[in-house]
Design a protein around this ligand. Structure first.
Ligand code: NAI
Length: 347
């Protein structure tokens, strides 16, 4: 496998005779929650992608300014803004990928699960609209708690009769991005070379970096494994606490970077690149008792093409990793069940 970097394969230009002209992308992307802390920088990064021809921005507030601002960037993607429930259908019509960062972020002292009360309803409502207006699109869920919001999205899509497990993703790329950064810093490795698979879920101890499977092969002492694992698991809280002094919020810039990297990977998969692998929280059999699990998947023309590598990656774990995997199972199962129960209780 080869790690996907935020570096498009396709050139943003092509030659026409002796002229250089912009290469038109062909994919349409919608971002729901586009005016938020993650939504704005994510929209900018997507606007820069040569694979994107149309960028639809939806939010319940402040979307006009973001649309006008981004629309002045001289990159090919055409930007359109949508606001209010009645404009959701227009926003979603014909899109290939829907990215959902809508919802409230954590404040200091909160767990991701504390966001459930508000974000569960937001994700349910938005995914209902996706089922109605973009049933074939890939759906990238960023809104926390991802461990529960993805099962909610799956139930909503099932109820609407359009669920395709290959097309629904919880975005856990930020955990991989953080793991790569922290390992490179600790070991003095070139950042571009480091790739650490991160499996499990996207909350506290459910985030499990597999340092024994890091590329390039790297030796860690027991203390280093412990320190890195804790830092990767608590990195979100590190940002929440640092931001508390000035306005609050959780990770937005690094999250936008991570979401853009995952989107680029998905678009390359749709585009027929046969060599795209990323970790994501998906429905899979990697751990039979957990219907959803973050693992490395191969991305293709219909979303997830293969999770076989994921099960293989879970073999030959160190004792530390195997214990951590066992320990995370009940917590992750509880979050999945909570999401499913919530969605099934809805009228
Ligand atoms: P924010 O509060 O800055 O932005 C959220 C945006 O969603 C706002 O513009 C708001 O108007 C919009 N929104 C709220 N309800 C909506 C609805 N029904 N339809 C459309 N838009 C709606 O929050 P931020 O920092 O952008 O975080 C967003 C979410 O992402 C949070 O749930 C946060 O926990 C999560 N997150 C996930 C990460 C991950 O790794 N998956 C990492 C960091 C944050």
């Amino acid at each position: 496998w080869r790690a996907v970097k935020l570096r498009p394969r396709r050139r943003p230009w092509r030659r026409a005779g002796n002229r250089v002209v912009a290469q038109a992308g062909s994919y349409k992307v919608a971002i729901l929650g586009a005016a938020g802390g993650i939504g704005q920088p994510l929209s900018l990064l997507v606007k820069m992608s040569p694979l994107v021809s149309a960028l639809h921005l939806y939010d319940i507030a402040n979307v006009d300014g973001v649309t006008a601002d981004l629309g002045h960037c001289n990159t090919p993607a055409k930007v359109a803004g949508f606001t209010g429930k009645e404009e959701l259908a227009g926003c979603l019509a014909g899109v290939d990928v829907v990215v959902i960062p809508a919802g409230v972020p954590r404040k200091p002292g909160m767990t991701r699960d504390d966001l459930f009360g508000i974000n569960a309803g937001i994700v349910r409502e938005l995914v209902e609209a996706v089922a109605d207006h973009a049933p074939a699109a890939l759906v990238h869920v960023i809104s926390n708690p991802v461990n529960s919001t993805v099962p909610i999205a799956a139930e909503v899509l099932k109820r609407k009769g359009v669920y395709d497990p290959r097309k629904l993703f919880g975005v856990t790329t930020l955990d991989v991005v953080r793991a790569n950064t922290f390992v490179a810093e600790m070991k003095g490795l070139p950042l571009a070379d480091v790739d650490v698979p991160v499996v499990g879920g996207h909350a506290a101890a459910t985030i499990l970096p597999l340092l024994s499977k890091a590329r390039p092969k790297t030796a860690f002492t027991g203390e280093e494994v412990e320190a890195l694992t804790r830092r990767i698991q608590n990195a979100g809280t590190e940002v929440v606490e640092a931001k508390a002094k000035a306005g609050g919020g959780s990770a937005t810039l690094s999250m936008a970077y991570a979401a853009a990297r995952f989107l680029e990977a998905s678009l390359r998969g749709l585009d027929g690149d046969g060599d795209v692998y990323e970790c994501a929280y998906v429905q899979c059999q990697a751990v039979p008792e957990l219907p959803f699990f973050a693992c490395r998947v191969k991305l293709g023309r219909d979303g997830v093409e293969e999770v076989a590598a994921a099960a293989a990656e879970l073999r030959g774990l160190t004792e530390y990793e195997a214990r951590a995997l066992e320990a995370l199972k009940p917590q992750l199962k509880k979050s999945i069940d909570k999401g499913v129960a919530y969605a099934q209780q809805q009228p």
